[in-house]
Design a binder for this molecule. Structure first.
Ligand code: HEM
Ligand code: NAG
Ligand code: NAG
Ligand code: NAG
Length: 505
């Protein structure tokens, strides 16, 4: 006998499944404390979030946060909770709350991504979180040194100047190859072009003349292979198979860095790298493992800078009127730059408000970074929201960067003047925690001043010296960003941007 066409033998299993589903949905939408942030029920309870993030990357979380419109909400995870924040004031509270910390994730993440051995992970774990009076761990030591070194002051200026000079040398060399072509341009993939300059220059100013990129140019490709498979390395299930290219790239660079360190070339590196190596040795790292640790610094120094430079150049050259304005601003600030000189970042920052605004807007539109925190102890956020110990909290930068309540009705558009100092003076202040490009709180990017100097100096020189046009003429169409990946850095475009680079008439 059939019931509405369903064979009787299937009725009980179907009813049981529906019942199980309803129970799961109910459990997954229950608060574990009356003050817990509102729980968002997913079509697929518990597993929906995991599957969404694996399949759609950062886009999944961003779109969920945009739809939900709550300042904070809860998702039930298998055996745990995830709290999603996309409100500036709450973000500031997250950043202040001592029971929310990124640190517990460091040992596991660095072990997977860099391939650290058990002994080194033990060193990383030791005194990871600052306590009042105990001995200082490796992570707090290295953190404090890097933040102090890259804070405004003499050491930052020195590092910025050497970065500008190395980049300028490469740009000037490219200028001379164009001169030899007598007016004809060269066709380039704009992202690869930026990546190449930034990779070579960064390796030089951080690691000195014997750096691993200069000693073997194949290491440059190895570096980007490593970058493009970072998500799979983080998953770390037989990485030599599931993340083959990234794994091979990483091991190739590690081996080059090991040789570099064993031969003592770090003594000719920048002071910040020398300090890093010294701190690692002091905490008992073996040379082979220091090589792995340095790969993470090379990564921090290169990837965001290269991709941001690409977007900045594209945003400027895609808008002819804007290009003319920027060139006018740069010309009156920097004067004649015909000689071998780099563009002075301090001068640009002080005298080129449109250019600086475009830089910041490029990062607002390009950045999808989430700041992740672990809840160390049951806590009440902003005197209002209960957060359960051992849960994960994510501040979803990608959602805040397109929030009309923060940026106004044109939040989705690229507005080159959005961060112009004159406009900022006139309007209501935007909450400082709303701008997530450099993260915030304890994990605020220590390289933010440096990166700003480096990128603006590099791109200014490109804008002054070259014309960048789409192959075949017309104007650039700006591609979307590839947002279905884990956002571990500024997102790349979904497609290549081929361009012709010519000397400016
Ligand atoms: C446009 C360029 C850059 C962007 C957008 C950027 C962004 C970020 C972000 C979002 C974080 C993590 C913040 C969080 O999780 O809340 C970070 C961390 C970091 N960045 Fe940058 N960064 C850039 C350039 C650089 C450069 C050039 C360097 C160094 C030369 C650097 C060094 C670091 C380091 C060392 C960390 C880890 C800090 C820690 O100990 O927690 N960054 N960066
Ligand atoms: C850039 O200009 C500032 C003053 O405008 C000057 O103090 C600084 O030394 C210059 N930097 C470089 C690298 O020339
Ligand atoms: C942080 O956790 C400790 C230990 O559970 C607790 O006493 C303290 O009130 C918490 N702090 C906040 C801000 O919730
Ligand atoms: C959650 C996430 O993707 N965070 C990333 C933000 O950016 C920094 C630096 O690029 C990464 O280290 C984080 O993993």
């Amino acid at each position: 006998m059939d019931l509405f066409g369903v064979p009787r033998s299937l009725v009980i299993p179907i009813l049981a499944t529906v019942f199980f589903y309803i129970v799961m949905r109910h459990l997954a939408s229950r608060k574990i404390d009356g003050r817990e942030p509102p729980v968002v029920g997913l079509a697929l309870p518990y597993l929906g979030a995991l599957i969404g993030m694996v399949v759609q990357g950062g886009k999944w979380l961003r779109d969920l946060a945009i739809q939900t419109k709550e300042p904070i909400f809860t998702i039930a995870m298998p055996g745990s909770r995830m709290y999603i924040v996309s409100d500036p004031a709450l973000t500031a509270a997250v950043q202040r709350n001592k029971n929310l910390s990124f640190s517990p994730l460091i040992p596991e993440a660095t072990q997977r991504i860099l391939g650290l051995d058990a002994e080194t992970v033990k060193i990383v774990r030791k005194n990871l979180i600052r306590e009042n009076n105990n001995e200082r761990g490796f992570i707090p030591d290295i953190h404090d040194m890097v933040y102090a070194y890259m804070a405004p002051g003499e050491s930052l200026d020195e590092l910025s100047a050497s970065a500008s000079v190395e980049l300028a040398k490469l740009v000037r060399h490219y200028q001379s190859t164009l001169q030899a072509l007598k007016g004809q341009g060269k066709v380039e993939d704009l992202l690869l072009w930026c990546q190449h300059f930034v990779t070579v220059a960064t390796a030089r100013f951080l690691y000195g003349p014997k750096n691993p990129i200069d000693v073997d140019s194949e290491n440059e490709d190895a570096f980007w292979d490593f970058d493009h498979g970072l998500g799979f390395l983080l998953v770390n299930v037989m990485p030599s198979i599931t993340a083959k290219k990234a794994y091979k790239g990483r091991e190739r660079l590690v081996s080059a860095l090991q040789t570099y360190l064993k031969e003592g070339h770090h003594k000719t590196a920048s002071q910040i790298v020398q300090n890093r190596v010294e701190i690692s040795l002091r905490h008992g790292w073996k040379i082979d493992m220091i090589a792995r640790g340095e790969l993470s610094f090379l990564f921090a120094g290169i990837v965001n800078t290269a991709i941001t430079s690409f977007w900045l150049i594209l945003h400027i050259f895609a808008r002819p009127d804007l290009l003319a304005e920027v060139r006018g601003e740069l010309a009156s600030a920097l004067g004649d730059l015909k000689s071998a000189h780099a563009a002075n970042a301090t001068t640009i920052r002080n005298q080129c408000p449109i250019f600086m605004s475009i830089f910041r807007e490029t990062l607002r539109v390009g950045s999808e970074n989430s700041s992740t925190r672990i809840v160390l102890a049951d806590t009440v956020l902003a005197d209002q929201y209960f957060l359960k110990k051992d849960s994960v909290l994510q501040v979803v930068g990608g959602a805040m960067h397109v929030d009309q309540r923060i940026w106004g009705p044109d939040a989705n558009n690229f507005d080159p003047y959005r961060f112009h100092e004159d406009r900022l003076k006139k309007q209501d202040k935007i909450h400082p925690a709303a701008y997530r490009a450099f993260g915030g709180g304890a994990t605020l990017c220590p390289g933010r001043h440096f990166a700003t100097n480096e990128i603006t100096s590099f791109v200014a020189l490109v804008v002054i010296l070259f014309d960048v046009e789409p192959v075949g003429g017309g104007s650039f169409v700006i591609p979307r960003k590839r947002d279905n990946v884990l956002p571990i850095h500024i997102l790349e475009p979904v497609r290549h941007v081929d361009c012709t680079i010519k000397l400016r008439a």
